[in-house]
Design a protein around this ligand. Structure first.
Ligand code: ZN
Ligand code: ZN
Length: 257
C-alpha cells in the first residue's frame, strides 16, 4: 500500500553544493494519492532516474515546507511537470505565505495558473489532497516561515519534522505519529544554528515513540559520523526502530503499521 521514498538526503549548504548526498525531495504515496515534499535541487532528475521511475503526472500535490533553496529549487519545474508541461491544469500546491508573496517569492507567477489550486500553510489549518489529510506544524527556523507536516491516511499517521530549532512543545505536536521522519542536520547541539541536532532528534523520538523513526537531511557532521552507525547505536540505546535514510531508500507502510 503506502510508501515513502527519499530521493535525496542532503541537509546543509555544503552537502547540497557538493552533492555529497542528493538534494531531491521526498515522494509519498498514501491510499493511492501521490505527494511530493520539498522539491530541492535535482528532484525532477532524480524522480525520472530512480528505478522504477516516478511519474510527475501522477502527483496530486506538492508540499513546500519553507522557501530555502534546498527545499524549493525544483518547485517550479515540478509544478509544470505535474501539469503535463503546463498543458493541463492539475495538482495542488501547499506552501507558506512567504514562498508565494512578498519581494522574493520562490514560486514563479507564470507557473501558478497550471495548478488546480494553491493553499497557504497556516497554523491550525487542515488541508486535504486526494485521500490524505495534511496538517502543518509551526516550526522555528530563522526568519523563514516553516512548517513541519503531519499526514493522515488509511495507512496511519506520518510526521515530517523538517528544519527547525528545538523547542519544548515540538515533540507534543507529533504525538501519535507511527512514522516519524526528522531532519537531523547536526551531530552535536549548536545553539547558534536553527537546525536539529542528533541528541534533539532522539529526544523527539523518545517522546513520540513512533513505530519507526527515520533520520534524514544530513549536514557534514552527521555524514562524517556515518549516519547508519549513529542510528543503529541510538536504536539499541532507546529500544526503538531508528533508521538513517539513504538516497533512494523506500519505507513501506508495513514497516510503520
Ligand atoms: Zn533544509
Ligand atoms: Zn531550511
Amino acid at each position: 500500500m503506502g510508501w515513502v521514498k527519499f530521493l535525496g538526503t542532503a541537509g546543509a549548504r555544503f552537502v547540497v553544493a557538493r552533492q555529497l548526498r542528493f538534494s531531491a525531495g521526498t515522494w509519498i504515496e498514501l491510499s493511492g494519492t501521490q505527494l511530493l515534499l520539498d522539491p530541492g535541487p535535482g528532484t525532477l532528475l532524480r524522480c525520472r532516474k530512480v528505478r522504477p521511475a516516478l511519474e510527475p503526472l501522477e502527483l496530486e500535490g506538492i508540499i513546500l515546507t519553507h522557501k530555502h533553496l534546498d527545499h524549493s529549487t525544483d518547485v517550479n519545474i515540478m509544478i509544470e511537470a505535474m501539469a503535463d508541461s503546463g498543458l493541463k491544469r492539475r495538482g495542488v500546491l501547499l506552501a507558506p505565505r512567504d514562498a508565494l508573496e512578498g519581494d522574493d517569492p520562490v514560486v514563479l507567477r507564470y507557473v501558478r495558473p497550471f495548478l488546480e489550486r494553491i493553499e497557504t500553510l497556516e497554523p491550525g489549518k487542515t488541508h486535504r489532497v486526494g485521500a490524505v489529510q495534511i496538517k502543518p506544524v509551526p516550526h522555528r527556523h530563522g526568519q523563514v516561515e516553516t512548517y513541519g507536516i503531519i499526514l493522515t491516511a488509511e495507512e496511519g499517521q506520518l510526521g515530517f519534522v523538517v528544519d527547525t530549532k528545538f523547542f519544548p512543545e515540538l515533540p507534543t505536536f507529533y504525538s501519535g505519529c507511527q512514522l516519524l521522519v526528522i531532519n537531523t542536520v547536526l551531530r552535536e547541539w549548536n545553539p547558534d544554528i536553527d537546525h536539529l541536532s542528533l541528541p534533539e532528534a532522539l529526544e523527539i523520538v523518545k517522546a513520540v515513540q513512533p513505530k519507526l523513526a527515520v533520520l534524514t537531511h544530513f549536514g557534514m557532521t552527521m555524514l562524517r559520523g556515518k549516519p547508519w552507525e549513529l542510528a543503529a547505536k541510538a536504536s539499541e540505546k532507546l529500544g526503538l526502530r531508528i533508521l538513517a535514510a539513504d538516497d533512494g531508500m523506500t519505507v513501506e507502510a508495513k514497516e510503520w503499521a
